[in-house]
Design a protein around this ligand. Sequence first.
Ligand code: SAH
Length: 251
Amino acid sequence: MQSGTIHLVGAGPGDPELLTLRAARLIKNASIIVHDGLVGPAILDMAHPDAQMVCVAKSRSKHTLPQEDINALLVREALAGRDVVRLKGGDPFVFGRGGEEMEAAQAAGVDVQVVPGISAANGAAAATGIALTHRDAASIVSFVAGQCKGLSEQDWAGLAGKGRTLVIYMGVKTAPSIAEKLMADGLAPDTPLAVVENACRTDMRVLRGPLAALPDIVEAHKVKSPALIIIGDVTARENAALASLVSEISA
Ligand code: SAH
């Protein structure tokens, strides 16, 4: 039997209008969709009513399938001749483990196609008016993962500071260690930052303050995942979109 194709599809940050046309077509036509906790109901609702929906939630609170089991599931379905849509929040290759799934598919001799999505950083930037680069403020932008595992070993020196924007994914739980780490690296305590929770969704929240206040911002406002921490002067520039959204916190 001819094996099917695994499509690693980026679902963007939550708003269905931010899907690519290719992602929308694949979602509508799929007979099986394997998705995680980040893909919202409005996008899942676009699937065919008869499509098999498999949730392999990646959120801490829900049961999570280990990555090897997800890889095995994708490969098994494809080898059985089905085209599989593996739907992921944002972009599959930005902290989405798309690389691991692609390699597993290739190792099994299964055809794999990647459909890029709008990553949370790009979605949050557009929704808040915080330009990640700006000729007057930053010409370098970096994406890092702030989850607990290996945080202290990660070398972020030089990624934040004058002329630079640092976007931290998965940093809500570790916000105090993140602030400490960056200040230990020499970043000024008054470096401006913004926390963007639920970017591109109806319940989006934006909080701003200095680096030193990051732990307080997260705690006082009960910031929950998914949220991004954007650090740098670009977050301190005023724009009308931001003004209507933001809450300020002082040190
Ligand atoms: N592949 C995804 C990232 C997955 S890692 C992408 O490209 O966007 C999960 C992290 O992404 C979350 O912990 C959060 O930091 C960020 N994230 C995803 N969707 C988000 C959203 N709508 N608003 C804010 N942050 C989001």
